[in-house]
Write a protein that binds this ligand. Structure first.
Ligand code: TXA
Ligand code: MG
Length: 315
């Protein structure tokens, strides 16, 4: 099994050395745990795909300490600079053109001429990136097709012996992946809803566009990317025979409740951990009560629809 250590100064130093030497480190961000490798090292980046057993190369998010570092890797448009200044560090990923001569591995872009970059706010992630002094490529630290990990123990269960070190920083604060924004002729478009709500972004950037071509815009987004093993039954009012109930808001007969008070941030933080717990009960299906589609509800419903999609589309 992979080594799991509490994220203190000594383990973060060791983790940074493993990354510089081309190894794999799982670490907490404010959204979900990431599976990190040196983003400038092709072999290290390839090891991420091998560990996740991804059926194909999806482009990865590159984590950097600040905007100055990001500017040495990608080209910022005015709208991108404005969004970064407003929301970094935080749960916002920007997809931008690779800078000519960038030291980044071509594999992090999976053949595209763009790179996704983000400055995480979680102090453990910040310290790790600072200690490593390299940009860190990191997808969510789960095997392909499983839900994203929000605890170090989820990472260990999912990736078993494939990581050199897992830094344990407790449950992640937000629990849902970052919001991914791309640009179409300089105008921001929503590629993946996530922990930073659309309304929060639109309040400063104006209405977000829709990607012109879904497949090119967000190549990692196969329909059932977030699927647990159990079938998912959406918009349920109660559990049917053999089903478990994932409730939202006041409810009777809930097996788990994302947020009894109807708080979408609490629901986002609980979503992946509760899906795992319910899946482990081997129910006939997981019945999920309706979640309002505003604020963080957009990202929660996106993940639930993917979890409910037919198996054939599994990533
Ligand atoms: O919160 C997060 O974003 C976590 C933490 C670890 O930072 N990371 C994460 O990575 O969720 P991953 O690999 O599971 O998802 C990356 C998403 C995918 O939907 C992928 O298609 C999109 O970002 N993406 C990455 N690079 C892209 C690019 N060059 N063009 C378009 N989409 C890209
Ligand atoms: Mg993922």
């Amino acid at each position: 099994m992979s080594t799991l250590r509490a994220a203190d100064a000594a383990s973060i130093e060791d983790a940074a050395k493993i990354l510089r030497d081309g190894g794999l480190v799982a670490f907490p961000t404010e959204t979900v745990y990431g599976l990190g490798a040196d983003a400038t090292n092709d072999r290290a980046v390839a090891a991420i795909f091998a560990a996740k057993e991804r059926p194909r190369f999806n482009p990865l998010i590159v984590h950097v300490p600040d905007m100055e570092t990001a500017k040495r890797l990608v080209t910022f448009t005015p709208a991108a600079r404005w969004l970064a200044e407003r929301f970094w560090p935080g749960a916002l990923t920007l997809v931008l053109p690779r800078l000519a001569g960038t030291p980044l591995s071509l594999l992090v872009s999976a053949g595209l001429d763009t790179v996704a970059v983000r400055v995480p706010s979680e102090p453990i992630a910040q310290k790790l990136i600072a200690a490593a002094r390299i940009p860190i490529a990191a997808p969510s630290a789960n095997a392909s097709g499983e839900v994203s990990p929000t605890t170090a123990e989820h990472v260990r269960q999912s990736l078993r012996d494939k990581v050199d070190l897992i830094l344990d920083g407790g449950p992640t604060r937000l629990g849902l992946e970052s919001t991914v924004i791309g640009f179409d002729n300089g105008k921001p478009v929503m590629l993946r809803p996530g922990s930073l709500a659309r309304v929060t972004i639109e309040a400063v950037a104006g209405p977000l566009g829709r990607p012109a071509d879904e497949t090119i815009a967000s190549p990692g987004q196969l329909a059932s990317h977030y699927a647990p093993d159990a079938k998912i039954h959406l918009n349920a009012v109660s559990a049917g025979p053999g089903e478990v109930l994932l409730a939202f808001g006041p409810a009777t007969g809930a097996t788990r409740n994302l947020s009894p008070s109807g708080d979408l941030a609490e629901a986002a933080a609980n979503l992946f951990a509760m899906l795992r717990e319910l899946d482990a009960m081997n129910p006939r299906a997981i019945a999920v009560m309706p979640i309002p589609d505003h604020g963080l509800g957009e990202a929660i419903n996106d993940r639930l629809r993917r979890a409910a999609a037919p198996r054939g589309l599994r990533a």
